[in-house]
Design a protein around this ligand. Sequence first.
Ligand code: TRP
Length: 368
Amino acid sequence: MTEKKLPVFVTGDRPTGKLHLGHLVGSLTKRVEMQNSGKYQCFILIADMQALTDNAKNPQKIRENVLEVVLDYLSVGIDPEKSTIFIQSQIPQLSELTMYYLNLVTVARLERNPTVKNEIKDKNFQRDIPAGFLMYPVSQTADTTAFMAEYIPVGEDQEPMTEQGREIVRSFNAIYGDVLIESKSVLAGTKSCQRLPGIDGKGKMSKSLGNAIYISDSSEVVKKKVFDMYTDPNHIKVSDPGKVEGNIVFAYLDAFVEPDSFEKFLPEYKNLDELKAHYTRGGLGDIKVKNFLFNILENRLSPIREKRKYYEQHLDEVLEILKKGCAHAREVAADTLKKVRTAMGIEYFEDDGLIEYYKNKFNENNKN
Ligand code: TRP
């Protein structure tokens, strides 16, 4: 009996810090949902090699965040029974595959990748871009194609990687034969989830900008950050009319309100539209809205915190999960590499055709 293989998804994160609420609504929740649907084979990687491409001189930071990210995964509901969690650097096949793919892209194409371009600007590399950094989209293509991923659940900033990945797959298949699969990004449901702003209202939530709420932040810290959030600077008295656009508290409510949130925490309103209308009209204070948001976040984060605490106290279990995950990922990747090398004609010791070719060649020569 042949078992029908489920489609694969591959995704992951760089271990440069703990994961934050932007990750939670922008990607983690979607992954957990896909995992729990039972319709996919799930591979989730800690992209330590990618993190090193711009942190070569700071390996300690990467090393110390690998387990933090795994703990974040486990605490939000990534289930090692259903998903393979692994560390990129422990799968040598990914580096090998990257090397083959590098010949299929040009430096000019790498320089055009909009996400990489933005990062180069943000990191102020000027002329000193590490070569490894410029080519990380190629390595990311190895991460996904090594497992024959059809889907890549990620934030929208990763779409250029997926796009570049598809180009590499197309050129590989055109040259060497149909071996690889093209992948599609899967974005989280709503716009408000895909671009969660930082608490300062100055841009996207990001650890480097220091405007993030972390998934593992304590209740006190979350409360402080919610009460520090940027709202409408002209909404001074409760009676003043307020602006909802650009108001970070409302941006968070858009991303986090659940169907039963009002019933549970703010029963005088039926839904978010009603709340926004009252705020816009005037007569609704920031404190009340912030308290509502805080309650919603607490409701979401407290079970996550509990789960994290369990794993923090059972690190042996976590290491075992990772070891198993890496072993399984290596096996699957090795299988792909076998196909890739065979297609490229570099599987020399299992290539009867090649020996045949030489035998004919030298026999021909001997006849003359
Ligand atoms: N580039 C992703 C990030 O910055 C991390 C990543 C590495 C990734 N390899 C991947 C994401 C493969 C999806 C699939 O978060």
